[in-house]
Design a protein around this ligand. Structure first.
Ligand code: MLT
Length: 200
C-alpha cells in the first residue's frame, strides 16, 4: 500500500490516518498533527480507484458497498498494519485509527472483523460497514463517532445504529453531533481531540 510514516514518540500511540473518497495519504496529516503532535503517523492511501479517485474498498453505488471487496480490503489493511509495525518498529497494539467518510468506514470494518485490530478509533462520518455479522469482543476499545444530524450520506439513525452495534460488542463509544451535513468541521476535530486526551 502507498503510505507515509512519520516517527513520533515511542510512548505515544501510532495514528493510522484514512482519507475519504478521492483523497490521498497527504490529506489528513494536519488532522493527525492536531489530535496528537507527538504521536507517530501512518497515513495510507486506499488501494481502489473509482473514476480515478482513491478509496479503501469498492462500492456498487453511493452508500452500497461491495461486501466481498470490503472484506478483502479490510484484511489487506489489517495485514499491512502487521507488516508496517515490523518494518517501522511501532507497537502494533497501540494503533488508533482516524478516518473520514470512506476511511472511517474501513476503520469501522477493521473493528467489525478483527479483535485487537485497533486500540481505539476516531470515526468522522462513518456508516455501518456490514450488517448481520457477529462482531469480535471490543471490550475496552474507545471509539469516537463524529456524526451529522443532517448528513445526507449517513443518516442520523445509521450513526446511532453503528454506535449501538459497537457498544453491544463492548466498545466504549462516544457520539458527537454536528449540523454541517457530511463535512468535517473544526468543532468536530476539537471534540475528537478532547476525547483523545481523555482516553490516551
Ligand atoms: C463510502 O462509500 O464509503 C461512503 O459512501 C462514504 C464516501 O462517500 O466515501
Amino acid at each position: 500500500m502507498k503510505y507515509i510514516f512519520k516517527e513520533g514518540s515511542k510512548e505515544k500511540p501510532t495514528l493510522l490516518l484514512l482519507h475519504g473518497t478521492g483523497g490521498n495519504e497527504q490529506d489528513l496529516l494536519s488532522l493527525g498533527n492536531m489530535i496528537d503532535p507527538e504521536s507517530s503517523i501512518l497515513s495510507v492511501r486506499g488501494n481502489v480507484l473509482e473514476n480515478g479517485m482513491p478509496r479503501f474498498f469498492r462500492r456498487l453505488a453511493e452508500g452500497i458497498f461491495d461486501e466481498e471487496d470490503l472484506i478483502f480490503r479490510t484484511k489487506e489493511l489489517y495485514d499491512f498494519l502487521d507488516e508496517a509495525a515490523k518494518e517501522h518498529g511501532f507497537d502494533r497494539n497501540n494503533v488508533i485509527a482516524i478516518g473520514y467518510s470512506n476511511g472511517a468506514n474501513i476503520a469501522g470494518s477493521l473493528l467489525f472483523h478483527y479483535e485487537n485490530a485497533l486500540r481505539g478509533a476516531i470515526l468522522h462520518h462513518p456508516m455501518v460497514p456490514r450488517r448481520g455479522v457477529e462482531l469480535p469482543n471490543l471490550q475496552g476499545t474507545p471509539v469516537f463517532i463524529g456524526a451529522g444530524e443532517n448528513d445526507p450520506i449517513c443518516p442520523s439513525q445509521e450513526s446511532i445504529e453503528l454506535q449501538t452495534l459497537l457498544a453491544n460488542a463492548g466498545a466504549d463509544t462516544d457520539i458527537h453531533w454536528e449540523r454541517f451535513g457530511h463535512q468535517l468541521t473544526m468543532s468536530e476535530v476539537e471534540a475528537a481531540k478532547e476525547w483523545y486526551k481523555k482516553h490516551f
